[in-house]
Structures are given as C-alpha cells and as structure tokens.
Design a protein around this ligand. Structure first.
Ligand code: ZN
Ligand code: ZN
Length: 161
C-alpha cells in the first residue's frame, strides 16, 4: 500500500478539490475553501498526504494567526485583555463577529483558502477592533480544524490531532 492508495479499501485514489468544509470550536469557526483531498471510486476520503493536517495546523497557528489583530492577555484569574495598539483595556463584550480570510500555500499544493471567524472586541480608547487573544485562537484551532475534516468525511488518522 502506498500513500496514494485508499487507506480503507486500497483502491487507487485521485486528488479532488472540496468546495468548502466548516468546523467550529467554542467561538472559533473555520471554513476550509477549495482544498484538496484524495478520494477513491468508493468515495472514501483521506488527506491528500499523510502530514496534511499537521502541516495545515502548523501553518495556521505559527504563520497566519500571529498576524491577526489581537489583544494582550493579562492576569491569571481575573483575565484582562489589552489593546495591541495603545495598551488600554478592550471592551468586555464582543462588538461583532469578523471573518479573516487567509490564503494558505503548502509545499507542492495549489494555494487554498481558510476563513477564520471570531468575535472581535473594540478598544475603549482608540476603537481598534481585535481578537481578545492570539492564545485563545491558537488553542481552539486544532478542534475546529478536526471538525472541518469530519465535515469533509475525512476520518482522523490515528494520533494525528
Ligand atoms: Zn476506498
Ligand atoms: Zn487601543
């Protein structure tokens, strides 16, 4: 069995592009758009390559999410969130939900889109909108991504996420 044969029925697979798949975890919603996977004639789905989920998770949490506007988390028990621009407190209640659209390029694959939707909070002083904290988004990303893969009928490979 090679990495391109179906991991359930061992038939040959081909790469198909899925229009979109959604997943959420807590306040985070993820939409994977026009991303590739492998499908056999029986329509069993699997990752385009074994490390795809790990590569995507790493890309999102280490390269893309750190570029989103996000406050700074302070305090262990009573958490406070400070504006990344001026350092004043963010409003405690979210202003609205914002969708951040990201283009992800993984080695040897065509770029595809990932939408991250999260509540954004306004700074009470300078009005800049931002996430409460990057830590929170990064913590929720693995579960939201796993649910998007479930929505695309890709069973998680053992121990991947
Ligand atoms: Zn199959
Ligand atoms: Zn501010």
């Amino acid at each position: 069995m090679t990495s391109t044969s179906c991991n359930r029925c061992r038939a040959a697979t081909e790469i198909i592009v899925v229009n979109f798949a959604d997943g959420e975890a807590g306040p985070l919603r993820i939409r994977l758009k026009e991303f590739p996977l492998r499908a056999c004639v029986e329509r069993h789905h699997q990752f385009v390559r074994p490390d795809f989920a790990v590569e995507l998770l790493r890309h999102l949490t280490e390269e893309d999410e750190p570029q989103l506007p996000a406050g700074e988390e302070k305090g262990l028990i009573m958490k406070k969130y400070l504006c990344e621009s001026c350092g004043e407190a963010l409003e405690p209640k979210p202003d609205h939900r914002h969708t951040f659209s990201i283009e992800v390029s993984l080695v040897d694959l065509d770029p595809f889109g990932v939408d991250l939707s999260m509540p954004v909070y306004k700074c009470s002083t300078c009005d800049k909108e931002q996430l409460h904290s990057l830590k929170e988004v990064r913590r929720l990303t693995p579960a939201a991504m796993a649910h998007a893969f479930e929505a695309a009928n890709i069973p998680p490979p053992p121990g991947a996420i």
